[in-house]
Design a protein around this ligand. Sequence first.
Ligand SMILES: Nc1ncnc2c1ncn2[C@@H]1O[C@H](COP(=O)(O)OP(=O)(O)OP(=O)(O)O)[C@@H](O)[C@H]1O
Length: 328
Amino acid sequence: MTSAVRFQQVSRHFGQVRAVDGVDLEIAPGEFFAMLGPSGSGKTTCLRLIAGFEQPTAGHIQIFGETADGVPPYRRNVNTVFQDYALFPHLNILDNVAYGLMVRGVAKAERMKAAADALELVKLPGYGARRPGQLSGGQRQRVALARALVNKPKVLLLDEPLGALDLKLREQMQEELKSLQRALGITFVFVTHDQGEALSMADRVAVFNNGNIVQEGTPQDIYRRPRTRFVADFVGSSNVIAPDLMAALGGQKRWASLRPEAIRLAGDGIEATVEHASFLGAATRLGVDLRGSRLHVMLPAGAPVPDVGAGIRLAWQPADIHYMDDAA
Ligand SMILES: Nc1ncnc2c1ncn2[C@@H]1O[C@H](COP(=O)(O)OP(=O)(O)OP(=O)(O)O)[C@@H](O)[C@H]1O
């Protein structure tokens, strides 16, 4: 099958800065693909390479089987939704949404109809006459989305599109984006540094560090089987256990990860001391000291919560220990 987006050993260096460094990547048609990583890890540069705002210093990019080498952004069938929305303040909403069609010379009646349909799609029918300044942040975000979707792109690029929204609106938009993507069947490539957002929305996640993809897989894979300490630390609230402690606990002398919800309190378990307890609503998270290392334990709602300072005993299934590469 032809990939929607394909990177072959793609690099983008800025002088000494290796923003993207030899990345191989395949994104399937219709996939919701998240690029996740800390600030400066190269995600946005990858997105700009797909959009055509940057050119690779080495390697090749294909979009739906066709080379993107030398192809300008407006001929790529790709649209971008930016974090700051980039709406024109002096144009009303309908004209903002219709802008791309106007530039392409689509007749007025046709582009107004298409813009109205796109506003309907993002649940803003009837807002066409307003200016961007008369909308809330969440509504502006939807307009930015409508403005990209009206061009019927084959690939939609989203650069931290929910970053400016408060938590509740963010969660609501996450669900809406996901259902919209499913309904339209467009390939979405989404950049975020928010682990929860990537894991909850994406079909597949690529974790970036230092201009490279350090792991790629389904959200479940990435969460349950982080390949390296970096991924375990960055992606999850997973416990990272050092080789010496693993050996002392009877395991292999290697770095391992263990999810907080896989640990339970058990009378015959390993001794630890409660140092901290946070009530999270649906669960309680304990910070415990186990032979000098801090681990987190997630207790389900309703389970008895031990006092801070109390001695407890911890147990887990051997299969829940996940060994990782030594590389950080
Ligand atoms: N035009 C440029 N000139 C020089 N360096 C650049 C340029 N664009 C990006 N960089 C550098 O490349 C690296 C990767 O940047 P990039 O924006 O891709 O990271 P990111 O993972 O998207 O980060 P963030 O989450 O902060 O947006 C950074 O070190 C950045 O400073």
